[in-house]
Design a protein around this ligand. Sequence first.
Ligand SMILES: NC(=O)c1ccc[n+]([C@@H]2O[C@H](COP(=O)([O-])OP(=O)(O)OC[C@H]3O[C@@H](n4cnc5c(N)ncnc54)[C@H](O)[C@@H]3O)[C@@H](O)[C@H]2O)c1
Length: 327
Amino acid sequence: MRVAVIGLAGVGRAHVDRWAKSPNAELVSVCDINRQISDEFASEYEVKGYTSTEEMLDTEDLTAISICTPPKVHLALTRMAAAGGIHVLCEKPMASTVSDCQEMIDVCGSAGVVLQIGHKKRFIPPLLRLKELTKGKFGPIQYMVHRYPHPGMSNKDWFWAEDDGGGPILENAVHAADILGFLMGDVERVYAEGGTFFAPHRKPQIDCAMFTLRFKSGAIGVVNAGMVSMGGFSFEDFYVANENGVAEVIGRFDSAETLRYSFRDDSETLQEENYPNFDSFRAEIEHFIECIQTGSEPRASGEAGMKAVAICRAVKRSAEIGEPVVL
Ligand SMILES: NC(=O)c1ccc[n+]([C@@H]2O[C@H](COP(=O)([O-])OP(=O)(O)OC[C@H]3O[C@@H](n4cnc5c(N)ncnc54)[C@H](O)[C@@H]3O)[C@@H](O)[C@H]2O)c1
């Protein structure tokens, strides 16, 4: 399997590194519109470097690409790949708008290529175990509280641009929107309060929000998210409950390691499971390879990526108009 990575400065490095280390693929090229960055990666990984995706796709015989650019160009790059019959692993948020997400699904579907979105939380072991519990004795989650305060600030202009990164709610909280959809199903309605407290120079973009979710199942949840925290306070947690029990998943931001749960019929017994040092980038890339080889639907599909973008757009809209928004 011959692969390339597009967009290298940030998370692209994690993709380049995991592809280069995969025993199931060969990293053959990299691309970044910044010539210096492209040259640096090409020389470090001993692969061909490009500054134009079009030229790279015309020149190289590729099976798959990772798209690690800002979201505004995810659709254009996906279109080019699909036209060439190339499978796509695209970083989150899937795109800046729901309509771009839909077109990505359509072009990949018509071309018969796999489209996976970089929702790496779907591979984190304690969250997978929690999902497993909800299918067994624990049962569906009815009540959920999720704290997801991003540690640190972004100084990238595209991140804050409404028609690109869409600010912290689309860029970061999209992980929360996606994993809660994975654990609890589709969302029916959101109500958000947002503000610009930590990056006042980015107004009118909001830098944080607290929002409630009503799921189609009837379950309820609340999320706090945004660029609220700092490196020394790197954490996230999920507290969930239903008539059968209570559970929590806790750990460092984006790397939760611990699951604890208890059943109401044995409420003094606390089960604890720990999954240290898990590499979710490696897991998502190996899963993507497997989907290409077997033709199976990715765990983080285009449809799931689009739903997460829709929730974040609804959160931002609700914060703007001061009313609940029905999806
Ligand atoms: N899954 C994660 O944990 C995670 C972490 C960080 C970022 N991301 C996502 O990855 C994407 C990129 O974020 P980042 O922080 O790495 O950004 P970045 O700005 O650090 O890097 C993006 C790179 O893409 C290049 N680029 C831009 N347009 C391009 C184009 N048309 N063709 C080729 N190269 C192009 C830029 O020159 C830059 O080097 C965003 O969608 C972001 O949300 C995901």
